[in-house]
Design a protein around this ligand. Structure first.
Ligand SMILES: Cc1cc2nc3c(=O)[nH]c(=O)nc-3n(C[C@H](O)[C@H](O)[C@H](O)COP(=O)(O)OP(=O)(O)OC[C@H]3O[C@@H](n4cnc5c(N)ncnc54)[C@H](O)[C@@H]3O)c2cc1C
Length: 590
């Protein structure tokens, strides 16, 4: 590919993009394979998010892209490929180290309206002809069932005029009680994933109930460690439809986000049952419904929703490692999920086994309360300063385009290019954090930078951990305020603590196992049985494919869906999860 400056005749980005779209539509309508192929680079990518295939899928390479497109060609649909004048104008940008024209466009299919994103780069072999490097087509709404936003907001209901009838609050209470009906969709888990999914479904008119075993909305954040503030900046973390106020701090404290969740549930009119545990379910293929058991305040309730959306977080049950001789230790051994009060351990010796985010956060919390803490590292870990290095991937959100456009741009980067771009960002972070990383290495901390140097984002996407965003604990390790040991230096455990290979005993009053959680497939096995767990296979991570496994999309188990991830992922993909469920309800999708 040529760079922007090497392109022989620089056509204005908007003209170039509109010309490409017009040619694309003509070639598609004519089912002209050769012409279609001439529009794409040999190395090019098409990601379709429901619009043309009802799948979330990435197709690599011109031949494969054209094969897939030909299956939809020769008809009058899809059509109306036009630059979207209401969105960020086409422009030159650099993505994954390459200059490209980036253009947001709109189009229609028989069933819906979509938004897309096209990236054009010049082809050096054809005199700089601009060809598609990446193409995204994403469904925005199903015709006749569009979200009722802005000018198309709902008309006042009769309750505002009828002085005898139930008012808004009466109706809200009745809707959330489910006294005489079951919801169409049951969302298990009311963190950001569950809230986003339920908000989208509500907008699409799908009757949805969220259940969460916590006592109050937002407790999933309240119960985390005392000093927690979010790791990403506020402007990246908005939930769907309702932005955080512009005067909020850059990093939201945990109790503030918990309070926002309560306000969000109220404002978005979400039906949410607290103190309600989902105990499992079975699917009846014949009637297309689940039988699920909920336990609310001790009482069981059976429900029969069409769909169950699991929004229970990336982690399943705590992973308690079988550490040889640990049972010799006479003091308490807590999994990180059981750890709460740091004050109890003032002036006591604590070993924290693990070196991911939880291990570091707990070690720092204990240190702040006056405990003598040693972190025991079992495997190499990536460390990145929360500011500015961990914010580098979000630079796009500072570029100026509105949030919806940034989200579309984020979605449009295929996995291969995302890896490339995260390698670049990881190298940058390494340079910025050099002093800290050198200090940690001197202390014997084993560092890594992810598979092929792709950094923390890919660690998160492939295994949900394996890194630490430094909010101070790494500095404490470098200063020797928090001790550091390698697990291999421990010969075994004894009543008073750890016996080192050197023969010395390291005393401990408490051992915390920050050893992570079992994966979600394990949870599915517990809640739905082996048949369902085997059918759907691993959840999250990529396997050999280019999309997260079983996330935000139909699974091999009809009526079972998963949503998880960062605030941004939940905001972006809840929309498509909602559209798929709506399409199932309309009979457009099975
Ligand atoms: C210190 C820290 C900072 C972070 N900062 C950010 C940030 O800035 N931006 C970002 O995007 N992410 C951040 N994260 C990561 C991530 O977003 C969170 O971990 C988030 O909580 C995940 O949301 P979730 O809705 O998927 O799951 P959770 O928040 O874990 O919610 C799952 C819910 O499911 C409920 N549940 C589980 N099983 C059942 C059951 N059987 N029945 C009923 N209810 C059940 C649980 O009670 C829980 O409330 C941060 C994490 C930490 C620890």
């Amino acid at each position: 590919m040529l760079s922007k400056t090497e392109t022989p005749a620089i056509t204005p980005p908007a003209t170039a993009a509109q010309m490409w779209l017009a040619q694309f539509q003509e070639a598609l309508a004519a089912a002209d394979r050769a012409r279609l192929k001439s529009l794409f680079h040999v190395e090019s990518y098409w990601r379709d998010v429901l619009a043309l295939t009802w799948r979330i899928a990435t197709i690599d390479g011109a031949d494969a892209v054209v094969n897939e497109l030909m299956a939809r060609a020769g008809d009058s649909w899809p059509s109306g490929f036009l630059i979207d004048q209401d969105r960020t104008a086409p422009r030159w940008v650099m993505r994954a180290g390459t200059d490209a024209i980036e253009a947001i466009f709109k189009f229609e299919t028989p069933e819906g309206r979509g938004s897309g994103l096209l990236r054009l780069t010049p082809d050096a072999n054809e005199g700089g002809k601009l060809k598609a490097w990446t193409l995204l087509t994403a469904l925005d709404g199903i015709k006749g069932h569009e979200e009722q936003l802005g000018r198309s907001r709902q008309e006042d209901k009769v309750y505002s005029r009828d002085f005898h009838g139930p008012n808004w609050l009466d109706m809200r209470k009745a809707a959330a009680a489910y006294a005489d009906r079951d919801p169409t969709v049951l969302v298990v888990g009311g963190g950001q994933a569950g809230l986003s999914a339920a908000a989208r479904l509500g907008q699409l008119g799908v009757d949805t109930l969220i259940v969460d075993r916590e006592q109050h909305i937002g407790d999933n954040w309240r119960h985390r460690y005392h000093a927690l503030v979010l790791h990403n900046q506020t402007h990246v973390n908005h939930l769907p439809y309702m932005r955080f106020p512009p005067n909020w701090p850059a990093y939201i404290p945990k109790d503030k986000i918990a309070g926002w969740f309560e306000a969000y549930v109220d404002s978005m009119e979400l039906n949410y049952w607290t103190s309600t545990t989902f105990e499992g379910g079975a699917y009846d293929e014949k009637i297309g419904r689940w039988s699920v058991v909920l336990r609310k305040d001790g009482a069981a309730r059976e429900m029969h929703p069409h769909h169950v959306v699991m929004a229970t977080g990336l982690s399943g049950a705590p992973s308690i490692l079988d550490i040889p001789t640990l049972d010799e230790f006479v003091g308490p051994v807590l999994h990180s999920s059981q750890y709460d009060e740091a004050d109890k351990w003032k002036n006591k010796n604590v070993l924290v086994i693990g070196s991911g985010n939880s291990a570091h956060d707990i070690a720092q919390d204990l240190h702040a309360s006056g405990a003598k803490v040693t972190l025991v590292q079992r495997s190499s870990t990536m460390v990145v300063n929360v500011e500015p290095s961990a914010q580098l991937p979000y630079a796009l959100y500072d570029e100026g385009p509105p949030l919806e456009d940034c989200d579309l741009i984020t979605m449009s980067v295929p996995l291969v290019l995302a890896r490339k771009s995260h390698k670049i960002l990881t190298e940058k972070a390494k340079q910025i954090d050099k002093e800290l990383l050198d200090g940690l290495a001197r202390k014997g901390f084993k560092l890594d930078f992810g598979d092929d140097g792709t950094g923390w984002q890919f660690k998160y996407l492939t295994r949900g951990g394996g890194y630490y965003f430094n909010v101070g604990c790494s500095d404490l390790i470098v200063q020797g305020e928090v001790g550091l040991l390698q697990f291999a230096d421990i010969a075994g455990f004894v009543a008073e603590g750890a016996r080192m290979q050197s023969g010395e005993t390291l005393p401990a009053d408490l051992i915390v196992l920050a050893t992570g959680y079992k994966d979600q497939n394990h949870l599915v096995r517990e809640l739905f049985g082996d048949g369902v767990a085997d059918r759907i296979g691993p959840i999250w991570g990529f396997g050999t494919g280019e999309e997260l496994r079983n996330m935000f999309t139909r699974t091999a188990q009809p009526g079972l869906w998963f949503i998880a991830g960062s605030f941004a992922q939940c905001r972006i993909y809840s929309k498509y999860l909602g559209l798929q469920i709506k399409a199932c309800e309309l009979g457009l999708l099975r």
